[in-house]
Structures are given as C-alpha cells and as structure tokens.
Design a protein. Sequence first.
Length: 199
Amino acid sequence: MATTASAPARRGPRTRAELLDAAERVVLRDGPAASMNAIAAEAGITKPILYRHFGDKAGLYVALADRHIETLLERLRTALTQSGTRRARTEAAIDAWLRLVEGNPALYRFLIHRGQAEEPQVRDRVAVFQRRLGEALAAGIAAELALPEPQWPRAQAWAHGIVGMVQAASDWWLDEQPFDRAALTRHLADLIDGAYARA
C-alpha cells in the first residue's frame, strides 16, 4: 500500500514577542472584536498553548498594554528633555501620545476601552500607567519651572489634569476626525498656554 507524506505542521511562534506580534495583527484587523481564538489562529498555535504563555486572556491584554506603555513613556521622556522652547516641549509631549493613538487606533481602543471593561487586571495596569504618565509629566513641569519641593504637588495636579485632558480629547478626535493630529496638538498646547484665559 502506498504511503503519502504528511504535510509539515505549521511552526508557530517560539517567543513571547512573536505571539504579541500576532496578537497585535489581530487587534489591528478586528479591533475590539479580537478574540483569543483568532489570535491563536493567527499565531499558528492552539488556544491552550496561547493560554500557557500568558496564563489567561487578562495576561495577554496586560502584556500588550505593557509593551505600548513603555514605548509611550520613553517617547514622553524624550519630548520633555529635548532642547528648544517650553512650547516646543509641550507640543512634543502631547504629540507623543497622539502619535501612538493615531498609529494604532484599534489597539488603543482595545486596550483602553475593551480591556479595561473586561479585565480588572488590565484596568489596574492602565490606571498605574496613567499614574506613571502623570508623574513623569509632573517631574518635567517641576524641572521646567524650577519649582521648589513644597510646590511639587501643584505640578502633579497640573500633570494629571493634562493627562486626563489629552486622553479625553484623543478619544473624541478619533471618533470625529475634525482635523489632523498636528492641529489637535496645537489646540491642546494653546489651552495649556492659557489661550482660554486670553480669549
């Protein structure tokens, strides 16, 4: 009896980074509807293997969030320490967030909205990230204004307010798209610069 050679099994990713790359492709394609089944299929593995790598769905969400949190924090630190005017650093810091949102809108919505709604671990991780973002910005403000230590809480209040403002504005901007990213950056920087008070 003749034998037939079996087709070689598709080799799935061997590293955590490759699995996260596959997860990102699915999120970018499917948006908030991305599922663990679809991610496992994209990676060429079974769902149990995916769970073995990340523990559960929350673990995968947290790993995706961590990857982009560190990217954004590094961009923010670079923006806040660049040479130039205070206005230039303000715009660079705002643009660091908006570039991440604009470049990965499906991933942003998936992590910030679906991930938080479905998984407490992701909600906690995003909250910690927002706190870290605010603290990094507060350090930049305190250094920019040469604030003495007793006035650091004022820098923290401003920084956390700015973080919330930029995130809310970016959510609205993604939905409405009334103008480009550069215009939104300018408008938000104008507000921080006191345009509302001068109007």
